[in-house]
Write a protein that binds this ligand. Structure first.
Ligand SMILES: [Zn+2]
Length: 344
């Protein structure tokens, strides 16, 4: 693991490399950006640059024992703190009953142990590194305790906070860190990487790249067939509505409303579909669409494109999503929605 294995994020990597070269690293960094985008890899690469056994200017070699142990999470001077529920190495040692009880929070005793550990001298490397992955999961007590370390960081230490929700951190924490924002990867970059990595067809790679909102981690984990099937189902449902009787529509709506999360997901797909129609109308470029890969033959508009109708539907779906969030009966929302969509 070193800076050359990071895909995208040239700006963030450049800033870190320059700081390394000028011996001007901040005491604490806040890496913010979408989940799965490369923040943790970059934190490991920075840790490797600081503790690599081979003198490589402004970066780690990625191959020496120190770099390899950092990548594997076993270097004694690089400590990663995260909620139990996200710690795969920890959960692998737990029974399934205990896994259910894994905490989603970073608790104050985890922070205290990490503080003790970085206050000691490095045992093998040159710098002690503390990475808090999912920093937004620190509860208030943890954040307050953590603040003390940020106020007086031990001399040969570096702190890296990683989060997709920087606004959930205390302003006093944010202001003591140098923030690096990790931007979503461009769609063509993602498509290229996953085509090579997962052996996908160009069409599937573009489809997954569109769905993963710039996050390589998400793109690598996504199930192509499942995502396609969901969109095919949606299109079939949408097309079938027009020919149904009212009582058939109500039965269908009631069935879908029984699975609240599934219904919510269906609304997301509906909004994504309407966005596609707008984009296709504006650009005529099927490669910019999410649905282009899922249903090639139906990439464009199913009927004549009416801007007003598309915007109206979008407002309707957004309103339904809001009602579900406010815990309004899913059955009521679904019945109302499907009747409106079927009888414009
Ligand atoms: Zn190395």
């Amino acid at each position: 693991m070193n800076f050359s294995s990071i895909i995208g994020h040239d700006r963030a990597v450049d800033i870190l490399r320059r700081a390394l070269a000028n011996d001007a690293l901040a005491h604490a960094y806040l890496f913010s950006g979408e989940p799965g985008i490369g923040k943790r890899l970059t934190a490991y690469a920075l840790a490797a640059a600081l503790n690599c056994e081979v003198p490589v200017p402004a970066g780690g070699c990625g191959a020496c024992p120190a770099c390899r142990r950092i990548a594997g999470g076993t270097h004694p001077d690089v400590r990663v703190v995260m909620p139990e529920s996200r710690d795969e190495q920890l959960l692998a040692t737990w029974s399934s009953k205990d896994i259910e009880k894994a905490s989603d929070e970073i608790k104050i005793d985890q922070i205290r142990r990490a503080q003790e550990s970085i206050s000691l001298k490095p045992s093998e490397g040159r710098k002690k590194i503390l990475i808090v992955d999912g920093a937004e999961a620190m509860n208030e007590a943890s954040q307050n305790a953590f603040l003390k370390t940020l106020e007086e960081p031990p001399g040969d230490s570096l702190i890296i906070l990683i989060t997709s929700l920087p606004q959930s951190l205390l302003p006093t924490i944010r202001s003591r860190c140098q923030t690096l924002v990790f931007q979503p990867l461009p769609r063509h970059t993602l498509a290229e990487v996953i085509r090579e990595n997962r052996g996908l067809s160009e069409e599937d790679a573009w489809f997954i790249a569109a769905l993963s909102r710039g996050s390589l981690g998400r793109a690598l984990a996504m199930d192509v067939q499942k995502e396609k099937a969901e969109r095919e189902q949606f299109l079939a449902l949408r097309e079938g509505l027009a020919g149904m009787r009212d009582d058939e529509i109500l039965t269908l709506a009631d069935g879908i409303a029984k699975d609240r999360d599934g219904f919510d997901r269906l609304l997301d797909i509906g909004i994504e579909r309407l966005r596609d129609l707008l984009v296709f109308h504006e650009t005529g470029d099927a490669r910019l669409l999410v649905f282009a890969g899922a249903a090639e033959s139906r990439a464009g508009s199913p009927g004549p494109f009416v801007l007003e109708k598309v915007l109206q539907d979008m407002e309707l779906l957004n309103r339904c999503r809001g009602l579900l969030e406010r815990r309004i009966s899913a059955q009521l929302v679904a019945e109302n929605l499907f009747l409106k969509l079927a009888r414009p």
